[in-house]
Ligand binder design. Structure first.
Ligand code: FES
Length: 141
């Protein structure tokens, strides 16, 4: 086992314990300056962010669909509440490696795998002038 995969496994174990029995739909509102996120420079790329004090400090997956369109999901898998990982390559599914469930980058629906439920998707509002992405569980509509 190489060092990276060993790190990933240990990291998964820690996070899996942390996530066990946690809410798959934690509430919160957060703001992200996309101009400072170089890992979101291509369509289909995904990053993971923890917003201090929001969403119960559970990592949020942020997907760039296009330059002005972003999606955000809770990273807790609805199957058995393990961690959904950021894909290594752009434009591939969001994957929970615990039981190999694949979720859509666009709406979080289950593509393959044992989960019956989609990932929790948050509302996103992107201001193309300020480059600020607002992510919220609040229903403002
Ligand atoms: S916990 Fe994610 S597929 Fe089982």
């Amino acid at each position: 086992m190489n060092q990276q995969s060993q790190f990933d496994q240990e990291n998964d174990l820690t996070l899996n314990l942390k996530f066990k029995l946690r809410n798959i739909s934690p509430l919160g509102t957060a703001f992200l300056d996309i101009s400072e996120e170089s890992d979101l420079s291509k369509n289909g790329t995904v990053i993971e962010k923890i917003f201090d004090g929001q969403f119960e400090n559970i990592p949020i997956l942020i997907v760039r669909e296009t330059e002005n369109k972003y999606h955000a999901f809770c990273s807790v898998c609805p199957h058995e509440r393990k961690r959904v990982r950021t894909p290594i390559y752009p434009e591939i599914d969001l994957i929970c490696y615990a039981h190999h469930c694949h979720f859509s980058q666009i709406d979080g629906h289950v593509i393959i795998g044992p989960s019956k439920d989609s990932l929790t998707k948050y509302k996103t509002f992107f201001n193309s002038q300020t480059k600020i992405l607002t992510i919220t569980s609040e229903d403002n509509g």
